[in-house]
Design a protein around this ligand. Structure first.
Ligand SMILES: [Zn+2]
Length: 451
């Protein structure tokens, strides 16, 4: 692009320059001409959403199509859900997703080296690049019964909402774009990614944004969860496994030596009593404990998995410090309890996952959020709730990219439990309609960038 050497935009990170270019494009301004960049963009421009192409005949057709395809959309959701996708074992579901999206007129669908299914749909111009993604993985281990039980418009199965609904929404957007011949000026990238859930630690999206798509995506939408809801702030997390070890011994014969399990117990007691820092919501949890050999063995090992979360970097770091302190005190107390023993308990930390806090909160004044809220209103939703969560959007948000997570419509409950359920209700189709309208608005329609 042509930018004058004294342009202040030269000092901005690449993504910001791209975003400014697209805001200007939406105003019918091309950077190909020489502009006086000393003029700051009016704040009001940045605070507005992208134009909604609700009058575009192809988008209108796409929206009607989605409504009429409701049964097909639910079939996609059920069909994909019945293919198990435990953490790190998403291959079978990914292959099926690729088959299904290729059949919608996307023979270019590919699977990258860690298992993300990716389709690039070229734009007609150089509008913003929009990536929309659902995640393939579930939290459920191998052997979980994933057969879907249907009762009226209610579907019961582990993973039916989280995130088979998201995958079905991505497929319906793909189908609507092609069958409605919807032309967007920017590229649309349709994705079914691996590794969103706990142990996956966002590895699918992390891989794309650190590699092939680094600096190449202007807007990111994750479809995860239900209803018409926007996640615009990233809850960051730190998770580690803490292992206590010692020599261990006979519970009677070697009595008088410290125990790994007792040390871990002291640490957990200390953690349980911790206060969280004030301000942004901050949480902690010891979720899994393991260890020991037998009832009559002084334990040589004990392991606990700890999770902490916050929207604030400072709070997350402070919580981390308090937890490590609590663990160190528990360890010291157990070793001090048996001063005559040569045996000592040691502790070792292994990181399970770190999810970054969003660097730039995506507030209602951010174009992607404003566009999503306006698109929700255009579908008759009087109030679209916004909130904070920990999802695939954490990665682009932490990179300063405009990103949100949206619900896929319908309603339900029991996410991450085997009692998970989804109910389509009379307006379930509005989820995929919302996603389509949002993608079209963000990628831009040829008309919307004509002055
Ligand atoms: Zn999910």
């Amino acid at each position: 692009m042509l930018v004058r050497p004294n342009c202040p935009l030269l000092n901005m990170p690449n993504m910001h320059r791209r975003t400014v270019r697209h805001i200007l494009a939406a105003l019918g301004v091309s950077l190909g001409v020489s502009l006086g960049f000393s003029l700051a963009l009016p704040a009001a421009v940045a605070a507005q959403g992208r134009p909604l192409p609700t009058d575009d005949p192809s988008v209108k057709k796409g929206m009607d199509n989605i409504k009429s395809w409701n049964a097909w959309i639910l079939e996609q959701q059920v069909g994909l859900c019945e293919i198990p996708a435990p953490p790190f074992k998403e291959t079978a579901r990914g292959l099926e997703f690729r088959k299904r999206i290729a059949a919608l007129g996307y023979p270019q669908a590919k699977i990258d080296s860690i298992g993300n299914v990716i389709v690039e749909r070229p734009g007609t111009g150089n509008g913003p690049t929009v990536m929309i993604a659902g995640h393939l993985d579930t939290v459920f281990p191998e052997g979980t019964d994933v057969k879907v039980k249907k009762t009226g418009d209610r579907y019961d199965a582990p993973g039916i909402g989280d995130d088979c609904r998201g995958l079905a929404v991505v497929l319906s957007v793909a189908k609507a774009l092609n069958e409605g011949a919807i032309k967007t000026t920017g590229k649309v990238i349709l994705v079914a990614n691996v590794g969103e859930e706990g142990p996956g630690d966002l590895r699918g999206v992390r891989y794309m944004f650190g590699g092939a798509y680094k600096g190449k995506v202007d807007y990111f939408i994750s479809v995860d969860g239900l209803g018409i809801h926007v996640t615009d702030r990233a809850v960051g997390s730190k998770r580690y496994s803490v292992k206590f070890t010692g020599p261990g011994g006979h519970s009677y014969g070697a009595f008088g030596m410290p125990s790994a399990i007792h040390a871990m117990g002291r640490a957990i007691a200390n953690i349980s009593d911790l206060q969280v820092p004030s301000g942004a919501k901050t949480t902690f949890n010891v979720g899994i404990v393991k260890g020991g050999t037998s009832v009559n063995t002084i334990s040589p090992d004990g392991t606990m998995d700890v999770d902490m979360r916050s929207e604030s970097v400072t709070n997350l770091d402070e919580m981390d410090k308090r937890i490590q302190d609590a663990i160190a005190k528990g360890l010291a107390a157990e070793n001090a309890r048996w001063p005559n023993s040569k045996a000592k308990i040691a502790v070792k930390y292994d990181t399970i996952g770190i999810r970054p806090v969003g660097k730039v909160p995506q507030t209602e004044a951010t174009p992607i959020v404003a566009t999503a809220l306006a698109a929700g209103k255009a579908l008759g939703q009087t109030k679209v709730e916004t909130g904070a969560s920990s999802t695939d959007s954490n990665i682009p948000m932490s990179l300063g990219i405009q990103a949100i997570t949206i619900g896929g419509g319908g309603s339900g409950g029991g996410a991450h439990a085997i009692t998970e359920w989804y109910q389509d209700g009379p307006e379930g189709y509005k989820g995929p309609q919302w996603a389509l309208l949002l993608v079209a608005a963000l990628a831009g329609m040829p008309k919307s960038i004509t002055p």
